[in-house]
Design a protein around this ligand. Sequence first.
Ligand code: TYD
Ligand code: MG
Length: 467
Amino acid sequence: MAKARVQFICQNCGAAHQRWAGKCDSCGEWNTLVEEGTSGGIGSGPGSLKSARKGRPVTLTSLDGDIEDAPRIVSGIGELDRATGGGFVRGSALLIGGDPGIGKSTLLTQAAAALASRGHRVVYVSGEEAVAQIRLRAQRLGVASSPVELAAETNVEDILATIAEGKRPDLVIIDSIQTLWTDLADSAPGTVTQVRASSQAMIRYAKSTGAAVVLVGHVTKEGQIAGPRVVEHMVDGVLYFEGEGGHHFRILRTVKNRFGPTDEIGVFEMSDKGLREVANPSELFLGERHATAPGAAVFAAIEGTRPVLVEIQALVAASTLGTPRRAVVGWDSSRLSMILAVLEAHCGVRFAQHDVYLNVAGGYRISEPAADLAVASALVSSLTGLALPADCVYFGEISLSGAVRPVAHAQQRLKEAEKLGFGRAVLPSGSGELAGGIGAGSFQPTALADLVARIAGSRRSRAEETD
Ligand code: TYD
Ligand code: MG
């Protein structure tokens, strides 16, 4: 028999090394190499196959053909269905990642219960919690009576044998992928090899039976799904469940979807009775707004297909440090540096002697460049001590030349703002036809300097009013 070959696999990036080392060459992480055997396992290379097997021809088929059943299983939890692109797809595997304690098990328990009470066969396999714990959670969520089939098991072969009994399940939930282990790989549970082999077995099960499989994955503190990216490329969809510590709302974000749009979000609020859907996120993010303080600007964002209004808060304070502080929560810090540079270079606004703090209210995270205009307005407002109009929304991208550039979905953003009682908007010129209402009261600068002049000008007009 050939000697079992040993490899050292980086638990962070999955790179294989022949020799142990303190540091992984490919991702630079320390102490992440773990010895894993490769003899005969799924993850092993072709060289370790015991004997070359003669290939067996598979039947080739056409693109056009019958598709089994209705392709989607709708959970009835609107925000979840939105994030998955209209429900779980039969025969597909979905990975739900998130920090420990964020509410993945809660979300899936609720989804399982909702589906089971709609008559689907749902199997929930937990490798992390005992049955009693899951029951306790179900009681707390008020779904204990729904016919979800429950198991606490971690061995893939046992799980597959269990769910093969009886009617084919519509949905199988594995909580979590890091606890699974298969006989086919001989390394410890939680290692890359095990996670990969176990996921592969579950995905193969999904494809061959047409059941939808949901895999739960914990994210490491570096923001990677532990056991890590190796699963992401194998599954059909990846959703991240995120939330900011201390805030009660959670966002289910689609990062990969082979059957629907990405960049879609579902918004939930964690309550004492589980996750509650938030159908209108803008109300949530604007909830605690003190409109008259300087340094706050409302940004009309687009998340996937949905407009979301969030407040951007800036604090510009005189600095005693040689190098002033720039701190950002919820936005890109290099983008902030860029906006500060544009304000300095093209608008004559100086921040060199000031600390700058930027925060997106409610713990929300923005990735759109369309937030530039709102950020710049909040910064100028805080620096000058002049509050921005309370009923105004901002959106638009700023280029390095100081020009304000149009962004997509202007009409949709304005409509959402109008719905929430905003009467004015600052948006790029060239945003297309603006129908009535808020569009009529809008200010459309072509250059950032125009907006800065307008904000600074509000001091003069206010002074005149009091004269
Ligand atoms: P959980 O779903 O166990 O997180 P994960 O599976 O992502 O690790 O959720 C854990 C947290 O959610 C826990 O801190 C308690 C809180 N929680 C509530 O606030 N309300 C509830 O109804 C439930 C079930 C949990
Ligand atoms: Mg859990």
